[in-house]
Each structure stands twice: as structure tokens, then as C-alpha cells.
Design a protein around this ligand. Structure first.
Ligand SMILES: Cc1ncc(COP(=O)(O)O)c(C=O)c1O
Length: 384
């Protein structure tokens, strides 16, 4: 057998430190390594496999589509893309009408930035401290963390950062050049920080008052993760652009910038070769239908609440706070999280960090209650 670790260590641009595990197979919320050990997967491709690994509906859709048509440029109409666009229109807030389909979250953010500039004729963006929006030059410019920005400066000019959930600071940062305000509703990478209702209503009002586009990044929170199809539904607010990716297509790489009528992009000002290709569209359609047919949003809500209720928080001396909405779960520790991730892995549970001290879990919404019990039991033991 080939030594996969060695091959990756030798031939991959090593941008990620690795866990000592070769994952080769997945089904629902379980993954297997190359020695056939199984793990409960609360990483799920970093919040991607919400409908479960190798979901049969997506496998069938991809297989059938692959036999029919894999690629098609967006200069032609296409049946599968048409149906995915219609589906996105049906499940997103009513004012969001048109989507630009991409292959990743960061590309959706890049589209949102360009669309906001060209639609408003303005140049600048305000975004939140601890916010994360991607790693390409535009989205990185709106990402807070200095360690991942500083080696790539100069970045795109015109971005400013304000404290999250602080409306006064947001208002003070607005200028006549502000094209967009970009926010996550729950900061994922930043530590599972949840926006308040008053804050978001205030931001919406500021955007209306100053002719600014409200750009909501649902790349991590979207597609049932937080107990609603989109986290924006918790707040009853309509954004002007919503970016999505991750959970949209069961693991197939798909993203979108979904836009209201305030967005106008003339022909030729943006484009993509792969975005909206038939294979990706078929995967997205099948995945979204699975979410709707199985009410996965409600599953995520119930299972998130159940899981947190199983944690004996008062007895966990290593824990400062547990924050969650649905199955977007952050356990803030009083110390570094890394050793606990290793311990969890040894106990057959995969989880990840959000910053240095928050243990983040984004399990599939098809995870079983038995699996949640097992994860809670391990955490109750190791975080005591
Ligand atoms: C909130 C948020 N925005 C943007 C991104 C970037 O998405 P991608 O990694 O698909 O480019 C991520 C990825 O983790 C994210 O969590």
C-alpha cells in the first residue's frame, strides 16, 4: 500500500498543519481511516457535510448528471443550472432574486465585493473584528486575523474593521465611500460569536439610511447549520447580498452570491468558467431537496439543543462558556484547545478549533442521538 501521509507531506504545498489521520471513507456522520478505525465526524469537511457524507441522493444526482453533461459555459442556458437558481430563489429571503454561482466561499465573497462596488459606485467596506470571509486577496482584505493577512499586504484598500455587536462603532466607521457592510451572523472562525437582534436591525437601518449594501456571509451558517435554512431567518432581516457555500451541495464545491434588485452588474464585468456547471448544479439541487424533505433545519435545532443539554457545564472546570445555535457549537475553554482535539481524536471523535481556545463542532445534521451522547460523554470526561 502507498504511504499516503508521505505522499502528501512530500508533494502538497503545506499550508495546513496535519492531524495524524488518513480519512478514506465516510457515511452520514461517520468517517473511517485507512486502518478502518471509525470516527464521529464533528468537523464534516469544516461544516460542509451537513446532509451526511456521500449522501445517496447526491451520489445518484451526480452519477446521472455525469452521464448526461458535466460541463457547460454560462454563456449558454442549461436545464440543471436553471433549476438550482430557481431553488435558491425559493429558499432564500424574498428580496434575494438572482444568484451568481461559484466554486467556493471565497469566490462568492469576491463576487459580492465587485457587485457592491459596481452597483453603488462606491469603494469601501466595513467588516467586523474576528470576522472571516476567505483567503483570496479581496475576501482576505475583509478578514480580520492579522496573522493570516500581514504577509500578503498590501491588500485591497478601503476595508475597515469594527468591534462585533457594537452599533455605535459601526455608525462611526461609515463614510460617503462605504459601499458595503460585511458580517457573519455567527462568527465561525472567530470563535462562535452570535450577533444580537438589535445590532443587526441597527446595521440594516444604517445601510438603508446611507445607501450601503448589507452583505451577509452565510458561508458557514447557511443550509440548516444553525437550525434554520439560513441563519438570517433567526433575525427576520433581509440582506442585500448573501454569500453561501460549504453545505450547499453535500460536499461538491459550490458557492453563490445571492443578490437583491439593488445589485446591477453589466455584461462582461464578472465571470467564471466552472461556476454553475451542470454537475455542481445537480449536486446542489439534490442536497437542498434532501434538506427540505428531511427538515434538516429542525433536526439541527433539536440535535444542537439536545447535545448542549447533555454537557454537564457546571462540572466542567476547563470550560468558560458554551455558545451554540443549532449544530454550530463553540465550547470556550480556559486554556488552549489543541491538546483536547488530540484527546477527542484518540476517543474516536473529530472536532476542530475556532481560534486558540474555542473547541468548535459542526457535525452533520444527520448525526444520530447515540453519536451525540458519545461525544457529550467524552467531553464531560476530558473537560472536567
Ligand atoms: C464565514 C466564512 N466565509 C468565507 C469562507 C471561505 O470559504 P472557502 O473556504 O470555501 O473559500 C469561510 C470558510 O471557512 C467561512 O467560514
Amino acid at each position: 500500500m502507498k504511504n499516503y501521509k508521505e505522499l502528501i507531506d512530500n508533494y502538497e504545498v503545506a499550508v495546513y498543519p496535519k492531524r495524524d489521520l488518513v480519512i478514506v471513507k465516510g457515511k452520514e456522520a461517520t468517517v473511517w481511516d485507512d486502518e478502518d478505525y471509525e470516527y464521529i465526524d464533528c468537523v464534516a469537511g469544516i461544516g460542509v457535510a451537513t446532509i451526511g457524507h456521500s449522501n445517496p441522493a447526491v451520489v445518484k444526482a451526480i452519477t446521472e448528471q455525469a452521464e448526461t453533461l458535466i460541463t457547460n459555459a454560462c454563456v449558454f442556458y442549461n436545464d440543471t443550472r436553471a433549476l438550482l437558481l430557481e431553488k435558491l430563489n425559493q429558499i432564500t429571503p424574498p428580496n434575494l432574486k438572482r444568484s451568481f454561482l461559484t466554486n467556493s466561499g471565497t469566490e462568492a465573497m469576491e463576487a459580492a465585493l465587485k457587485f457592491a462596488r459596481i452597483s453603488t459606485g462606491k469603494t469601501d467596506f466595513i467588516t467586523a473584528m474576528k470576522g472571516f470571509h476567505g483567503r483570496t486577496m479581496g475576501s482576505l482584505s475583509g478578514t480580520f486575523k492579522p496573522e493570516i493577512r500581514k504577509d500578503f499586504e498590501p491588500l485591497v484598500p478601503g476595508f475597515s474593521f469594527v468591534p462585533y455587536n457594537n452599533l455605535e462603532k459601526m455608525e462611526a466607521a461609515i463614510t460617503e465611500r462605504t459601499a458595503g457592510i460585511i458580517l457573519e451572523l455567527i462568527q465561525g472562525e472567530g470563535g462562535i460569536n452570535i450577533a444580537s437582534q438589535e445590532y443587526l436591525e441597527g446595521v440594516r437601518a444604517l445601510c438603508d439610511k446611507h445607501d450601503i449594501l448589507m452583505i451577509i456571509d452565510e458561508i458557514q451558517t447557511g443550509f440548516c447549520r444553525t437550525g434554520k435554512m439560513f441563519a438570517i431567518e433567526h433575525f427576520g432581516i433581509e440582506p442585500d447580498i448573501m454569500t453561501v457555500a460549504k453545505g450547499i451541495a453535500g460536499g461538491f464545491p459550490v458557492g453563490a452570491a445571492i443578490c437583491s434588485d439593488k445589485v446591477n452588474v453589466p455584461f462582461g464585468k464578472h465571470g467564471t468558467t466552472f461556476g454553475g456547471n451542470p454537475l455542481a448544479s445537480a449536486a446542489g439541487l439534490a442536497a437542498i431537496d434532501f434538506m427540505l424533505d428531511n427538515d434538516l433545519a429542525e433536526e439541527a435545532r433539536k440535535k444542537g439543543d439536545y447535545f448542549v443539554s447533555k454537557l454537564n457545564v457546571d462540572e466542567l472546570s476547563k470550560v468558560r462558556e458554551v455558545r451554540h445555535k443549532g449544530l454550530m457549537i463553540g465550547i470556550e475553554l480556559k486554556e488552549k484547545v489543541q491538546p483536547y482535539l488530540q484527546q477527542l481524536m484518540e476517543e474516536g471523535v473529530l472536532a476542530m478549533p475556532a481560534g486558540k481556545i474555542v473547541l468548535r463542532m459542526l457535525p452533520p445534521a444527520v448525526i444520530t442521538y447515540e453519536q451525540l451522547d458519545k461525544v457529550a460523554e467524552v467531553l464531560n470526561r476530558i473537560l472536567k
